[in-house]
Structures are given as structure tokens and as C-alpha cells.
Ligand binder design. Structure first.
Ligand code: G6P
Length: 607
């Protein structure tokens, strides 16, 4: 969702701002704008794409200081006027903002009562007026005074025509970083926007502000006392953030293909073959701590929630500790009981999903212990947790999660293994799983080789308006994730059901026009699974079955997709991979924008 960029330095700001904004496009947005500070403050903003903004920019737009924004509409529709930056009435101050002002209505009413004419429907506009009306004599003082009146969350960047050498930024609940260049500074809400220019970066903490000038930055608190936040080099390959690869393939496709390598990275240095366990230093817990937990509660949103369900069943199987997953977006609102002997696990690719972040904060407020399973290093969720497991999947740009999901699964396997081995999981079983995990990259590679066959099936499925995804026990979250992937990028209706529940309702819908994708691993439930699928077959429902080569489907009329078999507990991740390719090829067949599905954002930073 919403993205912030900023620049202060020796170059012209406008092209750098626009370039930065294009690097944030994957996050999801519906309007964009820039404010450039030269001899005067000039603001251009447009509903639509960054390229619409780029075309609307004045030919002569000189200025070496500027801020830019991609907006995801929350308060008011996606119009030119509601796009950021927002200015005060005199056009002296410009502000870009990620987050939500909770008391916007009251602040807007107060400004209107004072005779201010508000231009937009947004909550953000109040910042610009509050900064302009502050009596403080520095920009830092003005921003602090304005923020003192605001309740809510923000990542914020402000420019002011009377202070033309600087951008003042602030963070409270919405990420913000400063990229340090050679006599130039970059500002962004996401590393992706700056890595082409610099990989030396300072992340602001919540409650921190910074003054950014061409020569450097200083950080401070709301009482204007200095803080010591420093920039440091991030170990990242800038090319990993490119949208699409050289061959012009969609980013989702390259991310699917990267999975053997990203799974390998998640595993690197964490497996112990001798003792059949995993080492997760980031948890910062010893065997005694791990033994003390009597429950595991996993929280995430979207695909992270579905993989959380896969993780929960793995933890129950391997560690014999009750475990379940719940959407983080619901958890906080039911006044959850936080138990001291429950291990809470927050799972998130971006580490920014606000629902997950707020759940973490609620748990910690109530004294619970929470670890993160997070991809983005240093992200808000990673910082808010007591410890965690970084996924090392590399940047995930496509909205539909693929390599983050598979590495989350691997992260859960490592956690389940370690939790199991401090309890009753035998060393032999531990070694069996270590060995299974080591086989995963090559097996994913094998599945990727069957792409043509899957693409062929995908083309047939793409024509169906509606379909079911079914699976049992370990296969059920796989079905849920498969349905999610298809919905996200094909806009086809797909509903996941436990196979066992078919006869309790959905069977009524089965017809030759409604296909079913069934997950049928070789396990203790294979025969029951196959029996239930006969009921679909008998009603003319087309079947696609994702299964193992040794499974005998008898006389079922079905197209099958075989995946290699691993240890039963680890099979779900391999069963998931063909479903990614299925959704991807269906989307391509329908001629849709695979990487930027309508109405969806990569990082959902509002509730
Ligand atoms: C959004 C994305 C989903 C993702 C979910 C959680 O809804 O569109 O693909 O699964 O957020 O994101 P996270 O970054 O917390 O894993």
C-alpha cells in the first residue's frame, strides 16, 4: 500500500522521485504525486499510475529537494485532489503520509471552524495545515507541534518553502528509512525505492523524527532531544528488487522459479544432521524455554495465515503440542486470552501488515511471548517480536506470495523440528526430517519441470467461472492457499473446502461447469479422499488431482499432477507449488496483469 520517497542532494529531484515511485508500484496504489522544492514549491499529483503522473509533470520542474507518494485510497476516493502530497492553503508546506490519522474528523472540523478551506477528503491534509499554522521557528519544531495534535499512525515526510535545504521525516507505526548517498540522501518507506542508489540505510524507530539534508541526517525525539540512530550497510543485491527479469517475465514467475534457491537459503546453517534437529539462534531460547510452552498460536494474514495452518499441523504432529493458526486481523478484536505458556508466532513476508503488527503489540502488552517468522529484515513486525526466524527468501515483489510462502513453510518445519526434539521426537525421526528438508530444493525443481503439463490444465480451468479446491487435514490448508492464489490473480471464484465436508453442502453445486482441484497425497487418508472424489466424478464435475505418483486413482475421470513424495509432514509444501503454476498460467491465459492484481496490495498497512 501507500509508499513514500524523498530526495535531498545535488541532482534534480523530480526524475529520482518518479523512479523511486515506480519501484514501489508493486505495493498497490491508485494515485501518485510529487512535491519539488526549488525556487518555489511545486506539487503535481494524479489519479492512476506513476506513468500518468510522469506525463503530467511540468517540463521545467527544477529543484533538488522533493518528496513523492503512491496513495492507496482510504479516506476519500482516488482522485487528483486526494492524491498526496497535500499542502496548506498558501502552498508553503507539502506533506506525504502513510498510515491513518484516527482523529482526522475532529481535526478537520477544528480547522474548518478556524476558517481553513480544506481541499481534499483526506486525513493527511490536516498535517500540512497544522505544520503551516505552528508558531515554532524551526521546521522540526513545527512538525513536532503538529504531530502532538495527531492520534494515529504515520510515516511522514514534510518540505517547507521557508526551509529549502531539508526534508523532515517522522515515524510512528509506519516504516521509514533514510538511504545515505554521496552528498545526497534518499528517503523511502521501503528499501526497494532506494537500493539502486545506495545500500547504506538508517531505519527510523517508532517515535523518532529526522532532519535530512544533502550532507547527512540527524535523528531526534518528539521532545527534540537527539537520538543515536546510525546508517549501516544492508547485505542485499539491488538486482533482487527489479520488477520482472531481463526476459520480461512477470515477477511472480521469476519468484516461483527462485523457490529451490530461496528454500536453500532458509535452511542454510540451520540443520543439525547429527542430532536430527534445527538451530534457530534468532529465537534466543534454550531447550528449557522451548520445553516450557504448552501451546503454540500462529497469527498471520492471507497466505501467511494459510501457511500458518500448515505450520500448526506440523507442530502438533512433530512436537505433540496443541497448535493452531488464526487470522491476525480477527485475533485482536476478541480480547484474546494471552497465556504465559503459549508460544505466539507472527508470520509475515513484509513484516508490515498492520493487522499482524497490532496483534503482536497486543500480545506483548499482555505479557505474552511472541516470535516472528518474517522475510523483511528489520521490518516493524520483526522488531516488535521477542525473537524470530528470518526467511531469507529474498525480496518478494509480486502481490501473490509464492517464495515467501514456501520459505515460511520451511521456517515452520525448522521450528517444529526444534520444538519436537526438546520433547518426544526421536533422533531417528529428527534425522528423517532433516534429510527430507534437504531434499526439498531438488524436488521443487522437479515440479517446476512439469510446468508445461500444468499450464495445459490451467488453460482449461481458466474458463470456469467458479471452482472448488479440496483437501483433508494436511492437504486442507494447501487447498485454501491454492484457492487464494487463483482468486488473487484470475478473479475467478474459487472456494476451498475440506474434502470430507463436500457432501455437507458444496456437492449441490457440482456440475460439468464447476471443476474441483483436489489435493490427494499418499497418506493414511488416500482411500477416503479418492472415495469422496468419486461423488464429484459421478455428478460430472471435472477433476484435477494433485497427488503422488504411487497413488492409484482407479477409474476416476481426472487429470493428475504428480509431485515427488517427501516425508509425509513435509509434503504440503510440495503440493502447493503446482497450484502456484496453475494460478499463474490461468492468469496469463486470461491476459491479466499477474503482478498487480486489481484491488490488492502487497503490503496491507491499514486495518
Ligand atoms: C496481502 C497480500 C497477500 C499476503 C498478505 C499478508 O493481503 O496481498 O498476498 O499474503 O497481505 O502479507 P504479509 O506481508 O504479512 O505476509
Amino acid at each position: 500500500m501507500c509508499g513514500i520517497v524523498g530526495y535531498v542532494g545535488a541532482q534534480q529531484a523530480a526524475p529520482l522521485l518518479v523512479e523511486g515511485l515506480t519501484r514501489l508500484e508493486h505495493r498497490g496504489y491508485d494515485s501518485a504525486g510529487v512535491a519539488v522544492l526549488g525556487s518555489r514549491l511545486q506539487v503535481t499529483k494524479k489519479a492512476g499510475r506513476v506513468r500518468d503522473l510522469s506525463e503530467a509533470l511540468p517540463k521545467r520542474l527544477a529543484g533538488k529537494v522533493g518528496i513523492g507518494h503512491t496513495r492507496w485510497a482510504t479516506h476519500g476516493p482516488a482522485t487528483d485532489t486526494n492524491a498526496h502530497p497535500h499542502t496548506d492553503t498558501s502552498g508553503t508546506v507539502a506533506v506525504v503520509h502513510n498510515g491513518i490519522v484516527d482523529n482526522a474528523a475532529a481535526l478537520r472540523a477544528r480547522l474548518v471552524a478556524d476558517g481553513v478551506e480544506l481541499a481534499s477528503d483526506t486525513d493527511t491534509e490536516v498535517f500540512a495545515h497544522l505544520v503551516a499554522r505552528s508558531g515554532a521557528d524551526t521546521l522540526e519544531g513545527k512538525v513536532v507541534e503538529a504531530l502532538g495534535q495527531v492520534e494515529g499512525t504515520y510515516g511522514l515526510a514534510v518540505v517547507h518553502a521557508d526551509f529549502p535545504d531539508r526534508v523532515v521525516v517522522a515515524r510512528h507505526g509506519s516504516p521509514l528509512l533514510i538511504g545515505v548517498g554521496e552528498k545526497e540522501m534518499f528517503i523511502a518507506s521501503d528499501l526497494a525505492a532506494v537500493v539502486r542508489h545506495t545500500t547504506t540505510v538508517a531505519h527510523l524507530d517508532d517515535g523518532e523524527l529526522a532532519t535530512v539534508t544533502a550532507g547527512g541526517f540527524t535523528t531526534f525525539r518528539h521532545d527534540l532531544t537527539r537520538t543515536t540512530t546510525q546508517a549501516s550497510a544492508v547485505d542485499i543485491d539491488p538486482s533482487a528488487f527489479e520488477h520482472g527479469d531481463v526476459s520480461g517475465e512477470p515477477r511472480m514467475y521469476t519468484e516461483i522459479l527462485e523457490q529451490p534457491a530461496s528454500v536453500e537459503r532458509t535452511l542454510r546453517g540451520r540443520l543439525d544432521e547429527r542430532f536430527g534437529t534445527a538451530h534457530l539462534g534468532g529465537l534466543d531460547m534454550d531447550a528449557r524455554d522451548l520445553r516450557a510452552f504448552r501451546r503454540v498460536k500462529i497469527l498471520g494474514c492471507g497466505s501467511a495465515y494459510y501457511v500458518g495452518q500448515m505450520g500448526a499441523s506440523m507442530i502438533e504432529e512433530l512436537a505433540r503440542v496443541p497448535a493452531d493458526a488464526e487470522p491476525a486481523s480477527e485475533f485482536r478484536y476478541r480480547n484474546p486470552i494471552i497465556e504465559p505458556d503459549t508460544l505466539y508466532v507472527a508470520v509475515s513476508q513484509s513484516g508490515e501488515t498492520v493487522d499482524t503488527l497490532l496483534a503482536v503489540e497486543e500480545i506483548r502488552r499482555k505479557g505474552g511471548r511472541v516470535i516472528g517468522l518474517v522475510n523483511v529484515v528489520g521490518s516493524a513486525i520483526a522488531r516488535a517480536c521477542d525473537g524470530g526466524i528470518y526467511l531469507h527468501a529474498g525480496p518478494e515483489i509480486a502481490v501473490a506470495s509464492t517464495k515467501a510462502l514456501t520459505t515460511m513453510f520451511v521456517g515452520f518445519s525448522l521450528l517444529a523440528l526444534q520444538l519436537g526434539r526438546v520433547r518426544d521426537l526421536s533422533v531417528a525421526d529428527g534425522r528423517r526430517l532433516v534429510n527430507g528438508l534437504q531434499r526439498l530444493p531438488a524436488q521443487i525443481e522437479e515440479i517446476l519441470k512439469t510446468e508445461d503439463h500444468i499450464a495445459d490444465i490451467a488453460r482449461d480451468l481458466a474458463d470456469a467461472e467458479s471452482m472448488f479446491f479440496v483437501g483433508r487435514v494436511r492437504g486442507y490448508p494447501v487447498a485454501r492457499e491454492g484457492a487464494q492464489k487463483l482468486k488473487e490473480i484470475t478473479y475467478r471464484h474459487a472456494e476451498a473446502y475440506p474434502t470430507s465436508e463436500l457432501k455437507h453442502g458444496p456437492l449441490a453445486l457440482i456440475s460439468p461447469k464447476v471443476p474441483t482441484v483436489a489435493i490427494v497425497p499418499a497418506d493414511e487418508l488416500t482411500d477416503r479422499n479418492v472415495a469422496a472424489l468419486h461423488e464429484i466424478d459421478a455428478r460430472g464435475g471435472p477433476l484435477v488431482i494433485v497427488t503422488h505418483p504411487e497413488v492409484d486413482l482407479g477409474d476416476l475421470h481426472a487429470r493428475r499432477i504428480d509431485v515427488p513424495r517427501n516425508e509425509t509432514e513435509l509434503d504440503p509444501v510440495l503440493l502447493t507449488v503446482p497450484l502456484q503454476l496453475l494460478a499463474y498460467h490461468a492468469s496469463v491465459h486470461l491476459g491479466l496483469d499477474v503482478d498487480k492484481p486489481r484491488n490488492l496490495a502487497k503490503s496491507v498497512t491499514v486495518e
